[in-house]
Design a protein around this ligand. Structure first.
Ligand code: GUN
Ligand code: FE
Length: 429
């Protein structure tokens, strides 16, 4: 049993923050929240309390779409749109993950920075290389942070060194599953899990997509990919898959769209039948506002997806996104939504701060189970934030969380927890 005291702020629902000033939170030995209390109940009175004084205690962040091998390209090479950008900058960098030394160095830096940014859970694309992906898995296992790790499926329309044929890729996925299983044998609910990751329709032959769909269903593995990010991409998918009404239906046809839990990044042009299929299939949309700006992809209709009861999480999508900060991603999601609101002649409301915060915590966290809020039975993933330099003359706690989102950064985080355990800084090579 651990008891912490701080200003507790979270979003059990998207509509509003729940704010508990100088409250106690009790965390069981299983790492799960037992309750939040204004006064400590007598049954806990024998336990030691860790008092974080006037600091904020918020849920740790969930980055639900990010490319680990693109870490070195973060903040550079943003002068092209998606398809040219992939060929000119992204594929050449991913090819380097055949070299284990490069993989070790860049993946250690990536995992280190996730930790810095307070991202305790993530859904990650690696590359098509099996040995390098095991290195990434190993680094997550050592870190104590939670992750879905995706060996990327790609066997067409890319440089030869990134091609991995269907059979080899499926064998690689088996190897990754076995590796994660063996390393977490004693865990009832392992923190690091495999995820089926076809890069996107243009990268995978129908045969690969079909086999991946089969494998996902056979082992009940979740799926992640890209959907309707860019107009030229959508046109290309229409040519490749002429018999289905939308891009989403192509994934669905292969068993890769909600047949098991599914994350789809971007959804910039998702509407009509595609939106309806998303809703019916319980697919989570992952909004990547920084990436959508940098690659000039478009403003995703996030409020419209939410209004259609489609869950929306947030992703940094490095290196389409130019940073790994979920705080900046929350900020940018709100700002883009406001631009869209103005552009749409105010017919669709913009998303609120609490809605965007919810996306970055509880909506993304739902993919990991009960994660992302401090409700009873939820895994205690938390950040202790010292915002004293941001807090002049006693702002309200609502204004303090707002200022932290808009002005704060990783330097303000003093302690990080994942599933009840304090997480120490991972080694950076
Ligand atoms: N679509 C296919 N691959 C990628 C990628 O690496 N990044 C982004 N943003 N979109 C993609
Ligand atoms: Fe992406």
């Amino acid at each position: 049993m651990n008891i912490y005291r701080a200003n507790i702020i979270h979003t059990p629902t998207p509509n509003a923050f729940e704010i508990c000033p100088k409250a106690y939170i009790c965390v069981g030995d299983d790492g799960c929240v037992e309750g939040i209390y204004e006064q400590l109940p007598s049954c806990y009175s024998a336990s030691q309390v860790t008092d974080f004084g006037d600091h904020l205690l918020i849920p740790a962040f969930c980055d639900m779409h990010v490319h680990a091998p693109q870490y070195r390209n973060m903040g550079v090479a943003m002068d092209e749109e998606l398809l040219q950008w992939l060929n000119k900058y992204t594929f050449p960098e991913e090819i380097r993950f055949a070299e284990m030394e490069h993989a070790q160095r860049m993946y250690s830096r990536f995992v280190h920075e996730l930790w810095m940014q307070g991202t305790m859970r993530s859904a990650v694309f690696a590359t098509s290389h099996i040995p390098a992906t095991l290195v990434l898995a190993d680094m997550f296992l050592q870190s104590g942070m939670g992750a879905y790790i995706g060996l990327v499926g790609m066997n067409r329309n890319c440089p030869q060194p990134l091609i991995c044929d269907t059979e080899q890729h499926l064998a690689g996925l088996q190897t990754l599953m076995q590796y994660l299983h063996d390393r977490q044998k004693d865990e009832i609910n392992p923190l690091c899990k495999p995820i089926v990751t076809p890069r996107f329709i243009p990268s995978c032959t129908p045969d690969m997509l079909e086999q991946l769909g089969r494998m996902a269903q056979q082992y009940n593995l979740p799926v992640q990919s890209h959907l309707s990010e860019n107009m030229a991409e959508i046109e290309w998918v229409k040519e490749l898959e002429p018999d289905v009404p939308t891009y989403a239906h192509a994934y669905h046809k292969y068993g890769l769209f909600g047949q098991t839990p599914t994350l789809m990044a971007h959804c910039c042009y998702t509407d009509g039948e595609e939106k309806e299929l998303m809703r019916q299939s319980n697919v989570i949309a992952v909004h990547c506002p920084t990436s959508n700006s940098n690659l000039a992809s478009g403003i995703a209709p996030i409020k419209q997806l939410l209004q259609a009861n489609i869950p929306v999480a947030l992703g940094t999508d490095v290196s389409g996104g130019n940073n790994l900060s979920v705080l900046r991603t929350i900020q940018y999601a709100i700002q883009l939504s406001k631009l869209q609101y103005a552009q749409y002649k105010r017919t669709v409301p913009f998303i609120s701060l609490s809605e965007a915060f919810y996306m970055a915590t509880k909506a993304g966290g739902s993919f990991f189970g009960n994660v992302g809020a401090f409700l009873k039975g939820y895994e205690f993933d938390a950040l202790v934030v010292n915002d004293q330099y941001l807090n002049h003359d006693n702002y309200s706690l609502l204004h303090r969380i707002e200022r932290y989102v808009y002005l704060g950064d990783d330097r303000d985080i003093v302690v990080r927890f994942c599933r009840g355990k304090e997480i120490s800084k991972p080694r950076r090579l």
